[in-house]
Design a binder for this molecule. Sequence first.
Ligand SMILES: Cc1ncc(COP(=O)(O)O)c(C=O)c1O
Length: 370
Amino acid sequence: MIPFVDPKLHYKRLRKQILNKIDDTLGRGDLILRSQLAQFEKHIAKLVGTKYAIGVNSGYDALHMAVQAAGLGPNDEVITVAHTFVASISAIANHGATPILIDVGQDYNMNMDLLEATITPKTKAIMPVHLNGRICDMDRLMDIAKKHNLVVIEDAAQALGAKFKNKMAGSFGLAGCFSFYPFKMLGACGDAGIVTTNDPEVARKITLLRYNGEDRVARKFVYHGYTALLDNVQAAILDLKLKYFTKWISRRREIAKIYQKGLANVGDLQLPHWPDKRYFDVYQNYVIRTKRRDVLVKYLGKNGVEIIISWPEPIYQHQVLQPNNYRLSETEAICREVVSLPMNTEISQNQVRNIIKYIREFFSKSRGTE
Ligand SMILES: Cc1ncc(COP(=O)(O)O)c(C=O)c1O
């Protein structure tokens, strides 16, 4: 069995340090809004290259509070992509704004050729989603946003550490939103997230919104807020893991290279490598694409390889979310053709080689049989 992720092994390797961190934090009685959270926020802001980082309790919370802090609401349109996790879209819809979904390009990210034509007088913001650890073309996106005076909120949930022209995901727009869901590259022990920003007003508002909307110095309630803090213990553990983050990214890039070498010119496989030096990809997911996806998935399953399909159905086909009759051809083809292979820092060289072997076997066995 080759698991898609291996949280047990991940924990085993860090067990002593994690337990020490928890013990130290709880032993001090540091539960809510203490130095461990402030330290972690400082370190993330430094990594991303923003003035502020505000810890919250999920990537969704990061997104929806960023939407709220940007003042988006009823009668506003926010352009994002259809090929994303539901949270990007819910974060917009839950504030009464209208998500306008556009198609993606070959690299699974927003197709910038479609962006400008989608802008209407109601458009107030763009939410690019940096999917799978690859950032969007931020030159084109920021140019269009500037030209039309639009707010940019980056869904960087899958892209901590990803860069475009040496600038980090989450540092381009008004706000960057990250998730520390356990299976993200930097994973907590449960839900967790953070917002990055250079804007003091956005930072202030999210800092208040995340904890009951209260100005705790003045002892005044200034917004209807939430209970959505990043827990102190979680922050302490994340801060510990952050020390390994650069090493973990290198390992992911190494694994991606092994996949790339082993799977080059196999069947109709398309691999997630696009030769453009402006991008630094961190491979949150290693997504391959083939017209024979469903049979390949069965074959891998039979051989004990666990995979994930993100996502088997376009988001707009879920009735509750469908604000429009979308037909986005690339998004729909991707739903039929992609599969994510195991990609994590626990996987062994041997396991990666075996996955490659099974995939090669699948394509060579089935050659000429269709
Ligand atoms: C692209 C994207 N956006 C938003 C989220 C939401 O993050 P969370 O699960 O931490 O709420 C995720 C994570 O699952 C994601 O992958």
